[in-house]
Design a protein around this ligand. Sequence first.
Ligand code: PLP
Length: 402
Amino acid sequence: MTTTAELALPALTALSLGLPEPHGFGDASLRRRRPGDIELLGGIPDDSALPVHEVLAATERVLTGTVSGPGSFQYSQSAGLDELRAWIAAREGVDADRVIVTNGGFHGLSLAVLTLVERGGLVAVDNPVFPLFLRALELSQAATLPVSVGPDGLDVDELEAHLVGGARPSAVYTVPDFHNPSQGTLPAEARVRLVELAERYNVVVIADNPYRELRFRGADEDFGAFNSSEHVVHVNTFSKTLGPGLRLGWVVAPPRLAQAFVRLRNRQDSHTSTLEQRIVIDLLTHDATWFDRTLVGARALYRERADAVVDALTERFGDLIETRRPDGGFFLWPRLTDPTIDPTRLYEAAAERGASYQRGEFFASSGRREFADHLRLAYGNHPVETLLAFVDRLGDAYDSVR
Ligand SMILES: Cc1ncc(COP(=O)(O)O)c(C=O)c1O
């Protein structure tokens, strides 16, 4: 039998052969799954918020319709179907030719990396950061410049200090709404300043916005600044609203970059599924108010869950845990205030009791051991009773390591 060594692959020259196994965030080997475990691990929408019946009806209309029928099984344009691009463009307030339909948000991010970042280049990134973006950066073997993220999102002053000091990243990556992992939202004025900085220093902002539609408290921060500059690529997805298994998202790119995205796409998967795009177009346009009505229900559901966890944490831990009530999205980023608690022991004691969460240190983009005193709790896909049971188990674990 031929072994891998005998195949004499050109070791580590092909990009994919050099990609490391994930360690930390997303490393399945860290999970010891047992029945009854409660996992607050991922930014996952609740099953009850997903449009199963509506997709069934839309599929029937698409497949029996005179317009699409077999056409839904044919090739289509790389940038996406015109009707879907038009619907997204109207929601984003941009021309449809700036919209590229993708296979989900992460696909949009990796297209952005391959379009914007030179091999071995420098990219400024959130700290803490959505770890999968660092994985996308491995495609360009880019170095990272960490920029702090707080309750009000990216620290634009810190970024400016880096730029004034001579740092020249090719891109700045940030999650502006309901940050993953740290909950914060970048205020509208800071968005304008961020875009101005990008224009002044010839940097492109990659604004990654999957949670934007899930605000359940307060008023939306205007995202217009992200859609009106030559220096922003605005990445979004239907994953958190219609379901991540669809793998359907989009990018709003400035005209000069939109063509580059399409050329890249021509060299990869050609286009997103025609059938799926047709079904989603039907879903979104058959009843023009359906999507927004659905979001109202989903937001109420996630708000109830977020509040239940915050209230339970406050009741169980008092000031031993510092937590903020989120305004939207799927994440809580509580901090352990007692420096004598060993976060690794707490994590292990909680896992022993069937309560899993993401450890804060997985989200550092600095290469240092930061945020170990934080927990990322994802509450989106668990009913309130389960979330309360999670807090109970976490409380017992905490008592065991004091
Ligand atoms: C910040 C952030 N960006 C991008 C994504 C990826 O979205 P998708 O599932 O559409 O690829 C996620 C998903 O969890 C996310 O949290």
